[in-house]
Design a protein around this ligand. Structure first.
Ligand code: NAD
Length: 495
């Protein structure tokens, strides 16, 4: 579709403005709402129900009832599979609408949402749908006088609290395995981007998901999110978001019912380029993608570039050239590779990091400017700083914007030490055509995913998540069932 067609569709787009509990729209009991603003225009999209403790409690009760009494958990895997596959098809059938809902609310290029996020979410539902009737349980090696089965059983009520950077995908990553396993769910989308989650829940019911199995509470983190974290009848809480809020969820759990907490938090991923990398052009192109895709608002963004000194200047020059292709523009324009930053607050935060780096010994080789497009100033140029030392905020803190911190290194040991000298451990990349070195360095990097000769390798077939203060537990792949099921031993003693 061209720019005009997206603009026309955007003008006609409607927004669900209430929570969804037990299959029905639900206004907050307090009557309160919060405003969702399009960051690319600063126009109001909708006032949405600001759920609080009472609404969260209602949603959890419904989810519990659906789990205890309802058909979902008891349905044969093959039947649950059919529902998830239908949902995957429905997501694709509503591809334009879902892409628009995310683009309009959080500023990403609509074409990214259309070509990556929506098919990605559909693929995740299809994959877990396909997986769930192929999982076998275990029989323990007891004596002949006993039979001990070890089965995976659902947990019951799972809550998911997700961020705004990939609204539909982050919801899908939690919901698909949790639903496949037979749980009931209460989902809280980020207040910046609640619409695709609400539409997803409607489509799930259209696909045949029984009422009450998937409930969506809209609201602010410190009210609705906190209430879910503290709720005594939530069995597990899966969170993606900042490390600061991840730590709160562990406290909420400790102060309530010791619910399981699974955290996917921040990152400051290193991208290590060695001089023996033969295709520096590809490495530069991927390094630009690694930091500028989604406006840099990616938890696993390759925000620290470590380059061997022998190729440092040449590589940075190539990279600065590639950065030109990432100038921000109207998110509805199919030629825009970067869109708007999620809101004015986040834009200001990024601007402060740039100002701090400019005042330091680091050098800005490209970008650094805030731009105004269509009357909104939530746009930032792709920005690269070189000579960033390991102690500077740009190397230490997650900016969550299109700002790269580059540092030169002289030896493999120094590269590994710099890469690992961090509180985060989500992802890392290595570029080298020496297989021995690539393998050795990949083994030494402290990260949940190491991409070799690419960046941000990601697929539903492989686990995603990190260590250290990036969190624990894994999304995607069969391993994510570990988060949404527990092992049950049943011992039959024979006479
Ligand atoms: P955030 O932590 O502010 O918000 C995430 C969610 O938590 C939102 O739904 C929000 O409403 C809720 N929340 C906020 N304050 C809360 C509170 N006091 N109590 C309970 N819930 C609360 O994060 P964000 O700004 O939406 O997203 C950016 C962050 O997410 C970045 O740090 C990024 O690295 C991280 N992230 C991580 C991954 C990953 O998989 N590791 C993926 C995407 C984003």
């Amino acid at each position: 579709m061209d720019f005009n067609s997206w603009q026309r569709l955007a003008e006609q787009q409607t927004f669900i403005d209430r929570a969804l509990i037990n299959g029905r729209p639900h206004a907050a009991q307090s009557g309160e709402t919060f405003a969702v603003i399009n960051p690319a225009t600063n126009h109001l999209l909708a006032h949405v129900a600001a759920c609080g403790e009472a609404d969260v409690d209602a949603a959890v009760k419904v989810a519990r009832h659906a789990y205890d009494q309802g058909p979902w958990a008891r349905m044969a895997p093959r039947e649950r599979k059919a529902v998830l596959l239908r949902l995957a098809e429905l997501l694709l059938a509503h591809r334009e609408e879902l892409a628009l809902l995310d683009s309009l609310s959080m500023g990403k290029p609509v074409m990214d949402a259309y070509t990556i996020d929506v098919p990605g979410a559909a693929g995740v539902f299809a994959w877990y749908g396909e997986a769930l009737d192929k999982l076998y349980d275990e029989v323990a090696p007891t004596g002949r006088d006993a039979l001990a089965t070890i089965t995976r059983v659902p947990l019951g009520v799972v809550a998911a609290v997700v961020p705004w950077n990939f609204p539909l995908d982050m919801a899908a990553w939690k919901l698909a395995p949790a639903l496949a396993a037979g749980n009931s769910i209460v989902l809280k989308p980020a207040e910046q981007s609640p619409f695709s989650a609400l539409r997803l829940a409607e489509l799930a019911m259209e696909a045949g998901l029984p009422e009450g199995v998937l409930n969506v509470v809209t609201g602010l983190g410190e009210h609705a999110g906190r209430a879910l974290g503290l709720h005594p009848d939530v069995d597990a809480l899966a969170f993606t978001g900042s490390t600061a809020v991840g730590k709160l969820f562990m406290q909420y759990s400790a102060h309530s019912n010791l619910k399981q907490v699974w955290l996917e938090c921040g990152g400051k991923s290193p991208n290590v380029v060695f001089a023996d990398c033969k295709d520096l052009d590809l490495a530069a192109e991927k390094a630009a993608f690694g930091i500028f895709f989604n406006q840099g608002e990616v938890c696993s963004a390759n925000s620290r570039l470590l380059v061997e000194r022998a190729i440092h200047d040449e590589f940075v020059e190539r990279l600065a050239e590639k950065a030109k292709a990432w100038q921000p523009g109207d998110p509805l324009n199919p030629t825009s590779r970067m869109g708007a930053i999620v809101n004015a607050r986040q834009t200001e935060r990024i601007v402060q990091y740039i100002a701090g780096a400019e005042a330091s010994s680091a050098t800005c080789v490209t970008g650094g400017q805030q731009l105004t497009i269509n009357g909104s100033s939530n746009f930032i140029q792709p920005t690269i700083f070189t000579g960033v030392t390991a102690d500077q905020p740009l190397a230490r803190e997650e900016v969550f914007g299109p700002v790269l911190a580059a540092t030169a290194f002289d030896s493999e040991d120094e590269a590994v030490a710099l890469a690992n000298d961090h509180i985060y451990g989500l992802a890392a990349s290595v570029w080298s055509d020496d297989l021995n070195r690539a393998h050795r360095v990949a083994g030494r990097l402290n990260a949940g995913t190491v991409s070799v000769n690419t960046v941000d390798a990601l697929d539903v077939t492989v686990p995603f998540g990190g260590g250290k203060q990036s969190g624990f537990g894994r999304d995607l792949s069969l391993h994510s069932f570990d988060k949404y099921t527990q092992l049950k031993t049943t011992w039959f003693q024979f006479r």
